[in-house]
Design a protein around this ligand. Sequence first.
Ligand SMILES: [Zn+2]
Length: 280
Amino acid sequence: MSFQKKNFSYFWLSTLCIWLLDISILCAVFTEPSMQKYIRTAQRKLTDLTHTNFHTVPADRKIVTFTFDDVPASAFEQAAPILDQHGIQGTFYIAMTFMEGHGPETMYNLDHLKAIDAKGHEIASHTYDHFHFYQAKDAAYIAQDLDKNTAEFARLGIDQQLLNFSYPFGEQTTLAKKNTHIRFQSSRGIDRGINQGKTDFNNLKAIQLYEGKYPISSMEALLDEFDKEGGWLIFYTHDVEENYSKYGCSPSYFEQAVKLCVDRSFEMKTVAEVVKELVK
Ligand SMILES: [Zn+2]
């Protein structure tokens, strides 16, 4: 073998080794559990481009919506009366699998649902089984679950139509959006932000009312900013009790957040009311 030919073979052999090494590194990196979070973030960003439902949220409006996910009994018992006192209606995204459930928190029961229905609060959907969309096998499974949640409300005699939706764990996959898009007028995610201008109503942004994460002083600063910028600010939380979880807040924190909005004369509406007004 000539020197040149030998050199040529070494070149391809070393290139092949580098490729194999690269592929094995990539495989190792992408199967690493800590990488899953970043992969999902990337997936979510890609999903932002599919099954969109854009409408305009005018910047000269200052609309605030209080929403609850799952929903723990404490939100019905502690937060709803605070909203009622101020004549505000909220949106409760309910996953029926949690009814009368007792885990780390006591969940809602039928009386809770009937009480908020009677007070004019919105009841919305949050899937039946509160499953992970990332693990959902196919569209049929998702469709069945969403229809089951809606059917359960009708079976229990609650007349409200479930018009709006929030993604459990904020997992708005392409398949999720495809299914929620044909069933609901809007779907709320967990991307932090205020909805303003061109807004995807299939992935509404929201702000957490998580007391352990955001002290009330930061909430004040955020609301001052919102007062200047305008748009549609959707709050979301879970439990509202003295021993709040990391996904919730205390009743006093919730009350302060409500008062800060009332003092600034923001428009307080349910998701359904905003959609009705802004979706032409
Ligand atoms: Zn949830």
